[in-house]
Design a protein around this ligand. Structure first.
Ligand code: AMP
Ligand code: MG
Length: 490
């Protein structure tokens, strides 16, 4: 079969608008072929939504494309330039092991980036090998698809192929490539790069492109660059509130890992919290707790301030005026975030209307959860089904007191018990990707058994089902006496 026929069959429909941006922002780079590509997981539902034939993707040509051994027709592979504050330190970065193949134009008219992560060295690789290990790539697949199931904006995972080549980290791992699908890969760090190393008109071109691609509704605004900043602030306020509401900890909220589109991006040492605690950190490299659960909203606004700084020359001709506009926009984040969080938390507690003391009621529960080491997810499920167990939280007199306050609160709204129950069921997931379950699935997969991961993914696709089948995935890990640790895996 010729390459062209294979393409028609697979359904690729690429455009390459990013490649039409100023050259300073990227470098055309081809993937480096791998020895023995082997498909280990393919997201059929996502493939279909993208207009791709899942069967065809699994064919030899399809897998060769997912491995970077064959370039699909219409693709123009490139590595994107970006910068980033990594744990507070500014660095020049860029796609060091990822390549953008192009933008797939989907049957529903969307434009999404198709990126191969782990496809070989690029001009931005610095000392890195351009590769990725199978464990971290499957981890990104599982967690990103879990986020999608939870209704949280996220990049998606189309497939993972093993390369048949080893990668050398602390240990030797099997190499793998993840095909990542994103609204775009434009990051806060992309703007930082342009502001620092590109010409003024190149920064403007990037901003105009971003407006067209993500916020076309503001294109005609008087100051569209200010509107751009405001829109990104709004999306991040909404996104971070959603993370907090499910207990998701990103782990590396560097400015290069914050997408302008408002999708969660770059699943490294991320994890979901079990027992509620604001200071929860899983990442082995975050010894200071910079990216702890409770810090995420503050880090978000810090990152957004870096975006605002990068946009300053576009906001106003006079620097002082530009600064004022930026500061005013940034000041909105806290309130926006808090409103999203309150509204999400009202849902979790079955509350339909707004009362002044709601914040206090919610924080009261969280404080009790923290004091008694209560599991975040399961506590809300227990409240939803009125199934308190014999744990320390539910046995405490302070909880009884809180419960009374909550019940009084519910009685001050007109909705029925059924309506309250329905709201709570759709706001409180029965399951999250528990760390021990993710590890178990990864371990089996690394040893060639993909069924554990497939079952986990199936369950995570519908976390609000509240079906008996989910019970297994809701169970807490056996106490191990050791804190769970995640590793960057780069
Ligand atoms: P991350 O921690 O995944 O957000 O990556 C931070 C930066 O390091 C990005 O510029 C990556 O492209 C780069 N990087 C991470 N791993 C590698 C690798 N194995 N080879 C080359 N560059 C890498
Ligand atoms: Mg990154």
């Amino acid at each position: 079969m010729s390459e062209k026929q294979a393409n028609i069959h697979i359904g690729w429909s690429f455009d390459n608008s990013y490649a039409r941006l100023p050259e300073a922002l990227f470098t055309a780079t081809s993937p480096t072929s791998v020895r023995k590509p082997e498909l280990i997981i393919c997201n059929d539902r996502l493939a279909e939504a993208l207009g791709l034939g899942a069967e065809a993707l699994r064919s030899e040509e399809g897998v060769a494309m997912l491995a970077g051994n064959l370039i699909p027709e219409g693709a123009l592979p490139l590595a994107q330039a970006y910068a980033g504050h990594q744990f507070g330190h500014f660095n020049r970065l860029g796609d060091g092991r990822a390549l953008l193949l192009g933008e797939q134009m989907t049957p529903s008219g969307e434009r999404v980036d198709i990126q191969l992560k782990g496809a070989g060295r690029t001009p931005y690789s610095r000392g890195g090998d351009g590769r990725a290990g199978v464990g971290p790539m499957l981890r990104e697949y599982i967690i990103s698809e879990a986020m999608q199931g939870l209704g949280i904006p996220t990049t998606r995972s189309l497939a993972v192929v093993k390369t048949g080549e080893p990668v050398y980290r602390e240990d030797t791992q099997q190499g793998a490539i993840l095909t990542r699908v994103a609204a775009s890969h434009i990051r806060v760090g992309t703007f930082q790069f342009a502001a620092q190393w590109a010409a003024a008109e190149e920064l403007r071109a990037l901003a105009d492109y971003t407006v067209q691609r993500h916020f076309p509704q503001i294109a005609a605004d008087d100051n569209r660059y200010l509107s751009l900043l405001q829109e990104v602030i709004k999306r991040q306020a909404s996104l971070i509130a959603k993370w907090q509401l499910v207990g998701f900890i990103h782990g590396v909220m560097n400015t290069d890992n914050m997408a302008i589109s408002g999708e969660t991006i770059d699943y490294g040492p991320c994890a979901f919290m079990d027992a509620f605690s604001l200071s929860t950190v899983f990442s082995s490299i975050d010894s200071q707790g910079r990216y702890a659960y409770g810090n995420q909203p503050y880090i978000a606004v810090w990152n957004l301030a870096r975006l605002a700084e990068s946009l300053l020359p576009l906001l106003h001709d006079e620097e002082e005026q530009a600064l004022k506009l930026a500061e005013k926009a940034l000041a909105d984040f806290t309130d926006l975030y808090h409103r999203h969080w309150l509204s999400g938390m009202r849902g979790k507690l079955g509350i339909f209307n707004e009362e002044e003391q709601d914040d206090e009621l919610m924080k009261g529960l969280l404080t009790l959860m923290e004091t008694h080491g209560a599991d975040y997810t399961n506590t809300f499920v227990a409240l939803t089904f009125n199934r308190p167990d014999d744990s320390a939280l539910f046995s405490s007199p302070e909880y009884t007191e809180w419960h009374k306050r909550w019940q009084n609160r519910l009685s001050r709204q007109e909705q029925s018990v059924e309506e309250v129950g329905q709201l709570m069921r759709s706001s409180n997931p029965a399951i999250i990707p528990r760390n021990h379950r993710v590890e178990e699935a990864l371990e089996a997969a690394i040893n060639g058994d993909y069924t554990v991961m497939e079952r986990l993914l199936e369950a995570l696709a519908d976390p609000y089902a509240h079906s008996p089948k989910q019970a297994d995935y809701a169970a807490l890990p056996e106490p191990s006496g050791r804190a769970y640790r995640t590793y960057c895996g780069t």
